[in-house]
Write a protein that binds this ligand. Structure first.
Ligand code: CA
Length: 223
């Protein structure tokens, strides 16, 4: 049974999510603050974490940083603030998805299922994608240029992999969102711009591979 940790200081919201996710067949561990979460995942691990950003004590972003130092567990941020800052920072810190309150438990469930589906696909994946001087290793989930290893977050890896596997083709932001997040994304296509900006920063001056902007359309890796 998949284990999901829900960190939420609002009791009503927490209990609602726990009930809903348990009903969907997950084992759910509720936490009112970050200390409880860190202790619990150190002891028993986690398959996924639903993480409120505004929390007493350590906030969700700080918690994400600490979790990412040791674990690649998928994290879905939830926040009452729709601010750009939180969304970008959340993704930058390695969050896998971002929901703005109020959201329906059903929407959260869709995101959770998409992440688990993606993980199952990733586990089944073998091999590499090569382009120019860049190699993506699917099993290790890293990029290499010669002897150099590029650290990519999960989403950066997915986007680059998709563009390399379809090199020479241009995609809209919406298509890339669906490809990377694994469901038809209702949210913000600027998430793709954020990802591309970060991928470019990592490739720049290191690899010959470039993510090109297709004006008025989207992005492409040239064949
Ligand atoms: Ca809160």
């Amino acid at each position: 049974m998949r284990q999901i940790h829900v960190v939420e200081d609002e009791k009503g919201v927490r209990e609602l999510l726990v009930r809903y996710l348990e009903h969907e067949g997950y084992r759910v561990f509720p936490h009112a603050d970050g200390e409880g979460l860190l202790a619990a995942i150190a002891q028993q691990g986690a398959d996924l974490i639903v993480l409120d950003i505004m929390l007493p004590g350590l906030d969700g972003l700080e918690l994400c940083k600490r979790i990412r130092a040791k674990h690649q567990t998928p994290i879905i941020f939830v926040s009452a603030r729709s601010e750009e800052f939180d969304r970008i920072l959340g993704i930058e810190l390695g969050g896998d998805d971002y929901l703005v309150k109020p959201f329906s438990p059903r929407e959260l469930l869709a995101r959770i299922r998409a992440i688990f589906r993606r993980i199952e696909q990733q586990v089944a994946e073998q091999g590499t994608a090569n382009h120019l001087d860049l190699t993506l290793d699917f099993a290790a989930r890293i990029a290499r240029v010669g002897t150099l290893t590029l650290e990519l977050t999960n989403k950066e890896f997915e986007l680059l992999k998709f563009l390399l596997e379809n090199k020479g083709r241009a995609f809209t932001r919406e298509q890339l969102l669906t490809a990377v997040w694994g469901y038809s994304y209702l949210g913000d296509s600027r998430s793709v711009d954020d990802l591309v900006r970060r991928i470019r920063k990592k490739l720049d001056g290191v690899s010959q591979v470039e993510v090109a902007t297709v004006w008025g359309y989207g992005y492409r890796v040239n064949a």
